[in-house]
Write a protein that binds this ligand. Structure first.
Ligand code: SAM
Length: 221
């Protein structure tokens, strides 16, 4: 099935509320556990979360690694407002800052982050090179990287099945967004080619970790 891109930023307040209100606890906690297992030797201190949205992963990451501070970056004001509320409610304002930035705009303190994380940003980008180049620019030498994203299914029919299976009880808006995200996602061979083109093929490895997710992880050498 051919990839069908979707808009980059999630700027509609209703769309952002539906996303922030959905239950992503399983994949988001799995994200943190993937980091713990694959990058166990790494102690996160200065973390950047690219495309942080409503900051659920930023908050889970900060809970899991109490010595780190997280900078969440997103281009959508609607998402960041919800993210700031969530950070306040979690009592994390001293450890998590959220910045509005439309990538590829330069990330502040680039080159200074020892940990680079991103979930579900790649499939939104009009140009996937933006993610890989931003990782290279923002990370210090040896920085740990964990990227997770959706996988494009083989057919529209399979995408519909995944929506029913994982978004069965969610609003129509969220179901529609998930469907479009699946169609906009990349296949593993496409992601490997992107990483190789960015000279990251040697230091990052790709694993398919569920029926709808892959991770790319490693460290910047
Ligand atoms: C599907 S959400 C994922 C949010 C969060 N990472 C999570 O896992 O819950 C994708 C986010 O990426 C943001 N985004 C997309 N393209 C972007 C860009 N070029 N620069 C900054 N943020 C971007 C969107 O606004 C949206 O909040």
């Amino acid at each position: 099935m051919k990839r069908i891109p979707e808009p980059e930023l999630m700027v509609d307040p209703e769309q952002a509320r539906a996303y922030a209100g959905a239950d992503f606890s399983e994949p988001h906690q799995a994200f943190v556990e993937h980091f713990r297992r694959r990058l166990a030797a790494h102690a996160p201190r200065k973390v950047v979360d690219l495309g942080c949205g409503p900051a659920d992963i930023s908050i889970r990451f900060a809970h899991a690694f109490p010595d780190c501070r997280v900078t969440g970056i997103d281009g959508s004001d609607a998402m960041l407002s919800l993210g700031r509320e969530a950070v306040r409610a979690a009592g994390m304002t001293s450890r998590i800052e959220l910045l509005q930035l439309h990538l590829p705009a330069g990330v502040p303190r680039s080159g200074g982050f020892d940990t680079l994380i991103s979930n579900s940003l790649l499939h939104h980008l009009a140009d996937p090179r933006v993610l890989w180049q931003t990782l290279k620019d923002a990370g210090a030498a040896g920085a740990a990287v964990l990227v997770m994203d959706l996988l494009r299914p083989q057919s529209v029919g399979r995408a519909t099945e995944l929506v029913d299976e994982y978004c069965g009880g969610e609003s129509e808006l969220l179901r529609r967004d998930f469907f479009h995200s699946l169609l906009a996602a990349y296949r593993p061979d496409e992601v490997r080619a992107q990483m190789a083109a960015a000279d990251l093929g040697e230091c990052l490895r790709l694993e398919v970790v569920s029926d709808r997710h892959f991770i790319a992880w490693g460290d910047l050498s």
